[in-house]
Design a protein around this ligand. Structure first.
Ligand SMILES: Nc1ncnc2c1ncn2[C@@H]1O[C@H](COP(=O)(O)OP(=O)(O)O)[C@@H](O)[C@H]1O
Ligand SMILES: [Mg+2]
Length: 267
């Protein structure tokens, strides 16, 4: 199985540490003793078959699903036993871009980006407007997009606004659940570059669920593979390409794959 001790031994390198995580819905056990370390400042990409539990893992780490057992530490703090105050302090340090329902359709763009600020901070409307516009610029959108409604935006713009909202509280970690699904390859590529730029300039730790092999090749420092309720492999793309595990072989080296190092986008 995975060796978690070899490379990064000090806990100060670790942003998220998950141990023996079990998540059950009625009779179905989705996560079966999952272990995972996410290192500070890395972009880690999660892959796995549809229904493997990638979204459940994400939602469990951020506290929307209660695990049956196991440990989840974020920046060294245990979340499964944290009280409301401790939880709030940690929640403020992450931003989330959900797989579904990226924006609130009844709120305009600025109000969407300001949503987490209203929840966690006590700022004047004027200051929130300024911050929200700054966040829009960060994700490559002009300020006048702020007055638009989500229905007036393209798919790519919606993802960017959702990213701006995820950045609203100046997080240390962002969780992105399939951020490029539904985008055309160019839109997806632009979004990937944006993630990489933001990660570098803001020093973010990025936890990204993605089916997009281009994203995995071009932006992810490491990849973690979810199967049978566990992380069955974690490492750089070279590890994935060398694996003899049938699922990894098919995924990274099968017909759909482009797994020729050196020939991929962004290298
Ligand atoms: N709230 C829920 N209640 C019951 N079952 C759920 C719930 N959320 C997810 N599941 C089940 O957990 C499994 C993993 O789902 P999910 O994490 O969404 O998969 P994916 O890897 O595609 O993101 C699926 O079988 C799904 O039906
Ligand atoms: Mg999912």
């Amino acid at each position: 199985m995975l060796d978690f001790t070899s490379q990064h031994t000090t806990t100060s390198d670790v942003a998220i540490r998950v141990r023996d995580l079990v998540v059950q819905f009625r009779r179905q056990t989705v996560l079966k003793g999952l272990n995972l370390d996410v290192y500070k400042g890395e972009i880690i990409g999660f892959v796995g078959a549809s229904g493997a539990g990638k979204s459940v893992l994400t939602r469990t780490i951020i506290g929307l699903v209660t695990p049956k057992s196991g440990s989840i530490q974020v920046f060294g703090r245990e979340l499964t036993t944290a009280d409301d105050d401790e939880r709030q302090q940690i929640e403020r340090r992450w931003g989330v871009l959900f797989q579904q329902g990226a924006l609130f359709s009844s709120l305009n763009v600025l109000q969407n980006v300001q949503f987490p600020m209203r929840e966690y901070l006590d700022l004047s409307q004027r200051l929130m407007d300024e911050v929200a516009i700054a966040k829009l610029r960060m994700v490559g959108l002009p300020a006048d997009v702020g007055r638009k409604m989500p229905s007036e935006l393209s798919g790519g713009m919606i993802k960017r606004v959702a990213l701006a909202r995820a950045l609203a509280l100046d997080p240390d970690i962002v969780f992105l659940d399939e951020p490029t699904s539904g985008l055309d390859p160019i839109g997806a590529g632009d979004f990937d570059s944006l993630i990489r730029t933001l990660q570098q300039t803001l020093g973010l730790t990025v936890f990204m669920v993605t089916h997009d092999l281009d994203s995995l090749h071009s932006v992810c420092d490491r990849i973690a593979v979810l199967a049978d309720g566990k992380v069955i492999e974690a490492g750089p793309m070279s590890t994935m390409l060398a694996s003899e595990h049938p699922w990894l072989k098919e995924y990274f080296r099968g017909k759909r794959a482009r797994g020729v190092p050196g020939l991929v986008r962004g290298e």
